[in-house]
Design a protein. Structure first.
Length: 146
């Protein structure tokens, strides 16, 4: 089983993602967090395989939380799931240590695929995110990258 923590400040989104991901059969939601600080605390307790992280959250942003989590749990992979699609947000998240980035308008199947790819040691940048980068950015011609 792939262990996952969900971090988003919207309870209805966390609950919906939990049901969606657990239905995949190989993903177990071990904890949820409503803000970046809670995500860091839960990561410290569990060091899951993957954390699905929103960027815009109270107390501590998802980008700041990602920086802390990558230091605390070296084997945990962070996938950003956000409404922010500008190159600035994407670049900041990747620089913080995220190895996945998807937009909230992604299909559920894409999020499942991203979690599996991260768990397999790959990066996952959705096509809708990759198009926001020019030749100078992390061009991701498809979904999974090594």
């Amino acid at each position: 089983m792939i262990t996952v923590i969900l971090a988003d400040d919207h309870a209805v989104l966390r609950d919906g993602l939990r049901y969606l991901l657990q239905a995949a059969g190989d993903i177990e939601i071990i904890s949820m967090a409503a803000n970046g600080q809670e995500a860091v605390e839960q990561a410290r307790l569990h060091c899951p395989d993957v954390i699905v992280m929103d960027i815009s959250m109270p107390v501590m942003s998802g980008i700041e939380a990602t920086k802390h989590i990558c230091k605390i749990c070296e084997n945990t992979k962070v996938a950003i799931l956000s409404m922010h699609h500008t190159a600035e947000y994407i670049q900041r998240a990747l620089e913080a240590g995220a190895v996945g980035y998807l937009l909230k308008d992604s299909a559920g199947a894409e999020l499942v695929a991203a979690i599996r790819a991260l768990n397999d040691g790959k990066r996952y940048i959705s096509k809708s995110v990759a198009k926001h980068f020019g030749d100078g950015g992390p061009k991701r011609n498809g979904n999974t990258i090594n």
